[in-house]
Design a protein around this ligand. Structure first.
Ligand code: COI
Length: 390
């Protein structure tokens, strides 16, 4: 039963309870399963707008982990065709051929973005069209058809509204949105799949690292590499993430938060952390490795560069050496999941360098506050980055 936080003033007596809403949505979704699903989408969206009771979960202790929600979005198309119409359906397992290209050959991409509940009750998305553009770039590299940016953003909006009761109250976290694009058709010989699935699911999340907002401790990996020139490091393909698990597990077993990778040729230039981009601060300069095919073009990375510029910092996208890292004033990571995460220490070849006196550095704090205030609607969006949902 749901009895969680309620946004007082919005909930009228005629509004459905979440249980009623779930039944209504389930009926709408399943009754339209084999027909035109526009109706089910409309019911889901307008009904969810009316439901303002939040899910009955512990909003004060959200972690970055999957919490199954009510609905997911699915759209399919055949090779050589374009995605045309998708539908919301109950969140749950999906069926794939054992021979699906995504399972056998890793033909898959994912995205990550967040929805925020604002103090005025509105819901906002942060630069969703950027994710749509990036998905299309990745799809080209992985030989997959992709939704248009408009289709992508519409699908994200519908999924978020259908799961509205899972969006954390302001300041407690966000709704993480995970779009997937995969070769779902069966293949045996190595070839692009004959059929593709675009899927979006969501989960309420809190801080990514167990450290919360406290500085994280990174180890520089000197043997394994995340990406190579000409490879797929610059796109968000699923294989890039499986490839870092071994080094990450070893690092975690030694007490580190995560791994920082170096380039695979000279082994002295910074690349990125397993799940986020890296920045170094020296004086008034903020530098991050330039995008050159091996580095994921993070949307938070790009946004932080603009925010830093607007705050009067000198910003550089260039090669950054591991020596510069060790001599930096401050180091921080950026990503959708991690937001802006300060780095407290770096360990490189058994040498540990610490930054600041275990507090969050001034620049990291300033950029974190500037970005999150914008994302949460606490400051004016002069950049035009926020998409309001209601
Ligand atoms: C994100 O920041 O959204 C990512 O894609 C990283 C993921 C490994 C959680």
């Amino acid at each position: 039963m749901v009895n969680g936080a309620v946004f007082a003033g919005f909930l009228g007596p005629s509004h459905p309870t979440p249980l009623q809403l779930q039944k209504q949505l389930r009926f709408a979704s399943f009754s339209n399963r084999n027909s035109n699903n526009v109706n089910s989408l409309r019911v889901a969206s307008s009904a969810s707008i009316a439901a303002l009771e939040l899910a009955d979960i512990d909003w004060d202790n959200l972690r970055f982990g999957l919490m199954p929600t009510d609905y997911m979005y699915i759209m399919r198309c055949s090779q050589g065709e374009a995605f045309s119409k998708g539908q919301l359906q109950r969140f749950g397992n999906i069926e794939l051929s054992p021979s699906a290209a995504v399972l056998n050959y890793g033909q898959g991409l994912f995205e990550g973005l967040k929805a925020y509940r604002k103090h005025d009750g509105n819901i906002s998305l942060f630069r969703p069209e950027e994710n749509g553009v990036r998905l299309r770039m990745g799809a080209e590299r992985m030989c997959m058809p992709a939704p248009t940016v408009e289709q992508f953003v519409e699908a994200v909006k519908e999924t978020v509204l259908a799961n509205e009761r899972w969006i954390p109250p302001p300041g407690k976290g966000s709704l993480y949105i995970r779009p997937l694009l995969m070769g779902s058709g069966a293949v045996l010989g190595l070839a692009p799949a004959p059929e593709y699935t675009f899927l979006i699911y969501v989960s309420p999340v809190g801080n990514y690292f167990k450290e919360g907002l406290a500085p994280i401790n990174l180890i520089v990996e000197t043997e394994m590499h995340r990406a190579t020139p000409g490879g797929t490091g610059g796109v968000k393909t699923i294989g890039n993430y499986a490839a870092v698990l071994q080094a990450q597990s070893a690092a975690r077993a030694k007490g580190f938060s995560d791994v920082l990778y170096l380039d695979s040729i000279d082994k002295k230039y910074l690349e990125e952390v397993s799940s986020c981009n890296i920045f170094v601060v020296k004086g008034n300069e903020i530098s991050t490795p330039a995008i050159k095919g091996t580095i994921l073009p993070g949307i938070t990375r790009k946004s932080i560069l603009d925010v830093a510029r607007s705050q009067g910092f000198e910003v550089a996208e260039r090669q950054v050496t591991v020596n510069e890292l060790l001599e930096a004033d401050e180091v921080f990571c950026t990503g959708t999941a991690v937001v802006v995460s300060p780095v407290g220490s770096i360990t490189y070849l058994n040498k540990r360098v610490t930054y600041g006196s275990d507090g969050v550095g001034r620049v990291s704090q300033l950029l974190y506050s500037a970005l999150t205030s914008l994302q949460m609607g606490l400051t004016e969006d002069k950049m035009g980055w926020i998409v309001e949902l209601k």
